[in-house]
Design a protein around this ligand. Structure first.
Ligand code: ACO
Length: 325
């Protein structure tokens, strides 16, 4: 049985339709909703996001990211023996996006399931895959974050619809004799269900309740800055490491102000903070693997670097994974 699991390949995929803040503001203005590039940039750091075409699902985006990660790992789809998809916008009620994606990859037989932890989904999924590899249930796992959040946005609510985007990121996590994932720390506090939710459901063949995203932005903001620091510190303590050991901080890409405040609390210089929220918006479970892949492919993140990945989101959920890349 392998002692460790290690990321051996990364991949990502963005749907081609890119909307700058000005593009989105113009579309919203036509519906009588007022916003501006200036407001969005100042409050969030977001300049643009990508939206998927109406017939494109999370598994469509996820499978493209997965193929790139498998390729980067030097593997074939048939080598994969576990698929976990973190998503809050699955293709259908069931089966899981992971099963649909498995079929699109042209493979069958390996375990495949979704994880629902909203914007913390990827760190949850990575932690599960790590545990399954360490206990011998898998040896070559595909861990994917894939979302089409544009489907659940209320485009009459300017406080939320300017924040989110669509996309997917993936990693291949393999059994290894040398350390990759060093420690992780996951949490949830269901008392805060109401501050960030899509409260609708399907019942009797109809959508019951409101199936659009609701968020109390300030409540989320306050909780996020506190838990991102505590999760990072708990993870470092488990690995007997300190802030100074972190080469790159990859927090959930929701808001530049939350991300910068976390980096400051961890005494990290701004240049160690990976930022893609400016170009992707908040892609929920996809944001961390998208940011990771972009930084690996640009040459910023190199083999051997120590990474702190941090998720926070609806639930309320949060968590961190510390790893040697
Ligand atoms: N354009 C122009 N004006 C706007 C917009 C907009 N898009 N949205 C809100 N405003 C206005 C408001 O109406 C308000 O106007 P008023 O003062 O006249 O009433 C003013 O701007 C301030 O609004 P606030 O909501 O107080 O703005 P705030 O500074 O709190 O920023 C934001 C809002 C960006 C949502 C912030 O609270 C935030 O980032 N929260 C955290 C969100 C987050 O991190 N989510 C992560 C988890 S996501 C997940 O799990 C799916």
């Amino acid at each position: 049985m392998a002692q460790y699991s290690r990321i051996t390949g990364t991949g990502s995929f963005l749907p081609p339709r890119r909307l700058s803040n000005a593009d989105l503001a113009a579309e919203l203005a036509a519906k009588g909703v007022e916003t501006s590039d200036e407001w969005i940039v100042e409050r969030t750091g977001i300049h643009a996001r990508h939206f998927a075409a109406p017939d494109v699902s999370s598994s469509d985006l996820g499978v493209e990211a997965a193929k790139r990660a498998i390729d980067a790992a030097g593997l074939q789809p048939s080598d994969i023996d576990l698929i976990i998809v973190a998503t809050s916008t699955p293709d259908m009620v069931f089966p899981s996006a992971a099963c649909i994606l498995q079929n699109k990859l042209g493979i069958a037989g390996c375990a495949a399931f979704d994880v629902q932890a909203v914007c913390s989904g990827f760190v949850y999924a990575l932690t599960i895959a790590d545990a399954m590899i360490k206990t011998g249930s898998a040896s070559k796992a595909l861990v994917i974050g894939a979302e089409v959040f544009s489907r659940i946005l209320d485009f009459s609510d300017r406080t939320t619809c300017v924040l989110f985007g669509d996309g997917a990121g993936a990693v291949v996590l393999e059994a290894s004799d040398t350390p990759g994932i060093l420690a992780s720390d996951l949490h949830a506090d269901g008392r805060h269900v109401g501050i960030l939710c899509v409260p609708g459901n399907v019942s009797g063949g109809k959508v019951v309740g409101d199936a659009l995203l609701k968020m109390d932005g300030q409540a989320v903001f306050k909780l996020a800055v506190g838990v991102l620091e505590s999760a990072a510190r708990a993870t470092l303590a488990k690995a007997n490491m300190t802030d100074a050991d972190i080469d790159w901080l990859i927090p959930h890409q929701a808001n530049i102000r939350i991300m910068q405040s976390t980096a400051k609390k961890l005494k990290l210089p701004p240049e160690k903070l990976i930022v893609t929220v400016d170009q992707h918006g908040n892609t929920s479970a996809a944001s961390i693997p998208l940011a990771l892949d972009a930084s690996v492919r640009s040459g910023k993140i190199k083999k051997g670097d120590t990474l702190m990945l941090e998720g926070v989101g609806g639930g309320f959920t949060w968590g961190a994974v510390l790893l040697n890349f």
